[in-house]
Design a protein around this ligand. Structure first.
Ligand SMILES: *Cc1c(COP(=O)(O)O)cnc(C)c1O
Length: 429
């Protein structure tokens, strides 16, 4: 569910008409619904009632300071993947003692910074990294809290670039090797406190099955680690999928209720109902690391149609946003529903490619899709663009980064200024 819908023929975010934002701030423009972000956070938190838990928002999905501040006020913890993300969380008022640090390639500078700030746990991805962490902590005369990421070798059945829980992925330590690694670490690594165990099997998972499979497989292991080394937490990762294809309709409760039971997409309530009984009684604090689920459907990218180009084989709608603003279609074959800001008067559709201005053939938002026949001068919304959208934007083709706006009921806040030409060359000689 989310805060975007047509009201009297115009697309709104909460109580704000999106075309007024396009007029005021220009396009391309990212717009986020604060109400949706908070609702998602609270629903997930509630779905885990019955087990001690923390929701550690995966900062990499959307790291705007105002988004982080909003979540910090709700009491969120944070899962970070770089020193830069830790810096952002601290700037936004987040508590380092509720931060976990993931990622396969932490540098010395990042480790030192995170130790100084007193993070909750380093989620370590290899024995080499654990040994290096021990060494750096020793040099600083401190104890580093750590969890190792176990790769449970289950198939998340998602796009190959966002599947992480199989043996052939670069992430984590093989399931079979974990117990020995904890034993060696416990024996040899004097500056490590083994605080937990972590896993994350992939992103955009739309079925409960892989989550359940991974949890059931790892339960005997966490029990053993708790008994032998007194670990206190188990992070079961993020990866909860969202609706992309029917994004607009999925904003309403009615749509969810109308879905036939067998085809019902994974809901957060179902996620909680399946997992809580399995996790309760372990005596461990359960951490979740959701990114996309919290912010994905809470954001859209507004872009204006510049030209219509009718080729012999295809019709192209050329818009002012490009793959530098939103790379998911090019990178992961990601699907974003495309919706005109003015509700189409008829059900007529035309088959088009919506493309950006970048000099790359991969610069498209859809190909051969049936869409309302929007015209040059009209603004459209690329739905479900709140996660892995702006954070992956670049200056490719020397295009200034777009602005970002946060809506809270009828309040509009510009949370990131559009870059200027001067910003583009900042720091260059
Ligand atoms: C990316 C990532 C997440 C968040 O994934 P989502 O699919 O956005 O929920 C959580 N944990 C780790 C370790 C990650 O790398």
């Amino acid at each position: 569910m989310h805060g975007f819908s047509y009201k009297s023929g115009s697309l709104y975010c909460e109580d704000v008409d999106l075309s007024s934002l396009a007029d005021e701030f220009g396009t391309p423009l990212y717009v986020y619904s604060a109400g949706t972000i908070v609702d998602h956070y609270k629903r997930l938190d509630k779905a885990l009632d019955g087990v001690e838990h923390e929701v550690a928002y995966a900062v990499k999905a959307n790291s705007n300071l105002s988004v982080l501040r909003l979540l910090a006020t709700q009491g969120a913890s944070f899962d970070i993947v770089s020193g830069g993300e830790l810096y952002r969380v601290i700037k936004a008022g987040g508590d380092p003692a509720h931060c976990t640090f993931a990622g396969v390639g932490k540098t010395r500078e990042e480790i030192v910074y995170a130790l100084e700030q007193g993070i909750y746990s380093f989620n370590v991805e290899s024995e080499e990294e654990l040994r290096y962490l021990n060494q750096v902590a020793g040099e600083l005369g401190v104890i580093a809290p750590a969890a190792v990421r176990v790769n449970p070798n289950v198939d998340a059945k998602t796009h190959k670039y966002i599947s992480t829980g199989k043996s052939e992925n670069k992430f984590g330590v093989d399931f079979e090797a974990i117990a020995d690694l904890y034993e060696r670490a416990h024996r040899d690594l004097r500056n490590i406190k083994l605080r937990g165990l972590q896993m994350h099997i992939g992103s955009q998972l739309t079925s409960i099955t892989p989550f359940v499979e991974a949890v059931e497989k790892v339960i005997p292991l966490v029990k053993q680690l708790k008994e032998s080394y007194g670990i206190e937490f188990w992070s079961i990762g993020g990866g909860i999928g969202i609706i992309y294809k029917d994004s607009l309709k999925s904003g309403s409760v009615d749509w969810w209720e109308a879905q036939p039971e067998e085809e019902k997409p994974l809901t957060i309530e179902r996620y909680g109902k399946e997992l809580v009984p399995r996790l309760k009684g372990l005596g461990l604090k359960i951490l979740l690391e959701p990114g996309r689920y919290i912010v994905g459907n809470a954001g859209v990218l507004l872009t204006k149609c510049l030209y219509e180009k009718k080729g012999s084989a295809k019709t192209f709608k050329i818009v002012d946003a490009g793959m530098n603003d939103l790379i998911r279609p090019a990178l992961y074959e990601g699907h974003h529903e495309i919706v005109p800001l003015q509700e189409p008067a008829t059900a007529d559709r035309v088959k088009v490619d919506v493309v950006g201005p970048i000099c790359e053939s991969g610069d498209f938002f859809c190909q051969d899709r049936e869409l309302p026949d929007f015209q040059p001068g009209e603004t459209i919304a690329l739905m479900s663009a709140g996660a892995y959208g702006f954070v992956m934007a670049s200056n490719y083709n020397s295009r200034p980064l777009p602005a970002e706006v946060l809506i809270e009921e009828s309040t509009v806040t510009l949370i990131r200024k559009r870059q200027t030409m001067e910003d583009l060359i900042e720091g260059e000689l």
